[in-house]
Design a protein around this ligand. Structure first.
Ligand code: TRH
Length: 347
C-alpha cells in the first residue's frame, strides 16, 4: 500500500513530530509513504541519519513540487486537519482533484474527552471539493483510534535506583512553565534535571540542571528512559512518556479559549482513575501549578509531596503503559480501516 501523509507544520515540533512518527511506523510495516510537508528545517532536526527507504519526505514549499508527480496513494492521511484552515496555500485541493476516490482520513488531535468516541470514524463532505473525508480520533478508550504504540520501547526490567536516592527529572516544556520554581524545588530535593530544548529559550541553568541537546526523534525514547520523572508537553512527547512507563507531568499546549484545561483534566481523570486519593491529589496539584492553572500553588511543596509517592506513581505508570498497549493501536487502526473499507464509502 502507498500512503500519503499531509503535514502542515504550525509551530513547535509536534505536528511534524507526530507525522514523522506515523510515517516511519507505516513505512516499517511493509508499506511506502510520502510525507508531504511545508517545513524542511523542522524535519531536519527530527529525522534520523538513515530513515526507512520506504519513507519519502516531500517539501510542498519546494519550487520543484508538483502534486501530479506524487505517486498514486491508496490512503491519504491528514493529521490535525489543517488543510482547510492553516495552509498558506491549500495543498489538499489539487490532491482531492488528482485522487478523487482515494480514502481520505482527517486525524484529529489526541484527547481523553468522552465526546471523542462518538465522533471517531464519522464522515463529512468537504464543502469546497465535495470530497468525502473520514475522521479518526486518537484516544485512550476502546472506541477510539488509540495511540501509536507499535514502536513502543522495551522497558527496563527494574526501575533504576540512584545510589544516593536522587531522582533524575526530564524537562521539556513551553516558555510559560514555572521553570525557576522547579529549579529551586529540584535543588531542595537534591535531584538532577535534564533540560530539553534549552536552545529554544535562553535560560541560565543551575549546576544540577544540564542542557540536553536536541536529538533525532528515534533517540527520544531512550532520552526519556534515562530519567525517573518526565515533564513533557504537547502530544507526541506526552504519549512517549506514557509508553516509557514513568511518572509524568504534562504541560498541555495552551489555547486562548482555555480548552486546554478541560483536556488536561479529562486525561488526568482517566489516567489516575484507579489511584488512591492521596497520590492522585498530589500529582494533580503539581500538574495544575506546572500548567499555571493554579497561580497560588507552591511548586516546591507540590514537588516534594509527589516525590514522596514516586515508587507508587512508578508502579501506576507501568500499569498505564500496559493499558495503552492492550488498547487500540493507531497505525493498525488506520491500515485495517483502509484495507476493510466498505465500497459504500464511495457513494
Ligand atoms: O513541540 P510540541 O509542543 O508540539 C506541539 C504539540 O504537538 C501540540 O499538540 C500542537 O498543537 C503544537 O505543537 C502545534 O510537543 P510534542 O508534541 O511533544 O512534539 C515534540 C516532538 O519533538 C516529539 O515528536 C519529540 C520530538 N523531539 C525530538 O525528537 N528530540 C528532542 O530532543 C526533543 C526535545 C523533542
Amino acid at each position: 500500500m502507498h500512503v500519503l501523509i499531509i503535514c502542515k507544520v504550525i509551530d513547535n515540533y509536534g505536528d511534524a513530530g507526530f507525522c514523522l512518527r506515523l510515517a516511519r511506523a507505516i513505512a516499517t510495516q511493509g508499506h511506502s509513504v510520502t510525507l508531504l510537508h511545508d517545513n524542511a528545517a523542522v524535519f531536519e532536526d527530527l529525522l534520523e541519519p538513515n530513515p526507512p527507504k520506504a519513507l519519502d519526505l516531500c517539501d510542498a514549499q519546494d519550487a520543484a513540487y508538483r502534486p501530479e508527480k506524487l505517486p498514486q496513494p491508496d490512503l491519504i492521511i491528514e493529521p490535525f486537519g489543517t488543510s482547510a484552515e492553516q495552509w498558506t496555500h491549500r495543498h489538499d485541493v489539487p490532491l482531492k482533484a488528482l485522487f478523487p476516490n482515494c480514502p481520505w482520513i482527517l486525524l484529529d488531535y489526541l484527547s481523553a474527552e468522552s465526546w471523542v468516541e462518538g465522533f471517531h470514524k464519522s464522515q463529512s463532505i468537504d464543502p469546497k471539493t465535495g470530497h468525502r473525508v473520514t475522521y479518526f480520533y486518537p484516544g485512550f478508550g476502546e472506541r477510539t483510534a488509540g495511540v501509536i504504540h507499535c514502536d513502543a520501547p522495551a522497558l527496563a526490567q527494574e526501575p533504576r535506583q540512584d545510589q544516593g536516592g536522587r531522582l533524575s527529572l526530564f524537562v521539556f516544556c513551553y516558555a510559560n512553565a514555572p521553570l525557576e520554581e522547579l529549579m529551586a524545588a529540584s535543588r531542595a530535593s537534591g535531584d538532577l534535571v535534564g533540560f530539553a530544548g534549552a536552545a529554544m529559550r535562553k535560560v541560565d541553568l543551575p549546576p544540577h540542571w544540564r542542557a540536553l541537546p536536541f536529538c533525532p526523534q528515534t533517540e527520544f525514547d531512550n532520552r526519556l528512559a534515562e530519567h525517573d520523572v518526565l515533564f513533557v508537553r504537547g502530544e507526541d512527547s506526552f504519549v512517549r512518556a506514557q509508553l516509557a512507563g514513568k511518572p509524568l507531568v504534562w504541560q498541555i499546549y495552551p489555547t486562548d479559549d482555555a480548552a486546554h484545561a478541560v483536556k488536561l483534566k479529562a486525561f488526568f481523570d482517566v489516567y489516575s482513575a484507579a489511584w488512591a486519593p492521596a497520590e492522585r491529589n498530589a500529582l494533580w496539584r503539581l500538574w495544575t501549578i506546572w500548567n499555571r492553572l493554579d497561580e497560588e500553588g507552591d511548586l516546591m511543596d507540590a514537588w516534594l509531596e509527589v516525590r514522596s509517592f514516586w515508587p507508587i506513581l512508578h508502579a501506576h505508570s507501568r500499569r498505564w503503559r500496559t493499558h495503552l498497549q492492550e488498547g487500540p493501536e493507531l497505525v493498525k487502526e488506520l491500515l485495517t480501516w483502509c484495507a476493510q473499507r466498505s465500497p459504500t464509502f464511495d457513494k
